[in-house]
Design a protein around this ligand. Structure first.
Ligand code: SF4
Length: 214
């Protein structure tokens, strides 16, 4: 089979997003598809209540369509090959060896996590960060498999000012005021928020990243 061109890979995947805060490109799906997050969005005091991916820029119809297209195209027979092509391409484009999964949305299934792990496994030169609240999916995956070293699955806490979840993986929390646990995300000390030189979320040795509530 011929190697995919960048344009063919883009078409198969439905494109990548390029979040302004991040140093790299990202792949995401509609926040409306979040399973755990969809329930949490109804709970006052949860991190998903007032989710950024359900408002503002993410509600624009062209943006919504793009995220839906990425979800619809997941499962294409050449999806892994296409994502590997795009993850490598964006590394060259940005000059940085990083990739972000789920700037919007969350894991839909164990198969989705296995498939993403396959992409990470085939791109060992890139560090991948995957934040998730789908604890059951991650537990089922970990019962059978070990994530590649370059894939940081960072488990997000459900509630503002909540404890880091205990799944044996790196975590993230959201704090109000001074109650940060572990490493405090510096992105919001500037406007607009930017990662700048920080790569803590991609670093599996950073046990917990705490984001200021905003
Ligand atoms: S902790 Fe660092 S890498 Fe993570 S979002 Fe904040 S600035 Fe970006």
């Amino acid at each position: 089979m011929d190697q995919l061109s960048r344009a063919e890979a883009w078409e198969i995947v439905g494109g990548l997003s390029n979040p302004s805060k991040m140093p790299c490109y990202a792949w995401g799906i509609p926040a409306q598809a979040c399973k755990v997050g969809g329930k949490l969005a109804e709970v006052e005091g949860s991190i998903c209540h007032g989710c950024y991916a359900l408002k503002g820029f993410y509600r624009m119809s062209n943006v919504r369509r793009a995220y839906q297209r990425r979800l619809d195209r997941f499962g294409h027979p050449r999806w892994v090959e296409a994502m590997v092509r795009l993850v490598r391409w964006q590394g060259l484009e940005t000059g940085l060896a990083f990739f972000r999964w789920f700037d919007s949305g969350d894991l839909q299934s164990v198969r989705m996590l296995q498939t993403i792990a396959e992409v990470a496994d085939q791109t060992p030169e890139i560090r991948h960060w995957l934040p998730t609240r789908e604890y059951a999916v991650v537990r089922q995956y970990l019962a059978r498999e070990t994530p590649p070293d370059n894939l940081v699955i960072r488990i997000s806490a459900p509630m503002v000012d909540g404890e880091p979840p205990k799944l044996g993986l790196p975590t993230s929390t959201v704090h109000q005021g001074e109650r940060a646990e572990g490493f405090t995300c510096p992105a919001y000390s500037q406007k607009p928020a930017r990662c700048g030189y920080c790569r803590a979320c991609w670093d599996g040795d950073v046990e917990n990243v705490s984001y200021p509530f905003h």
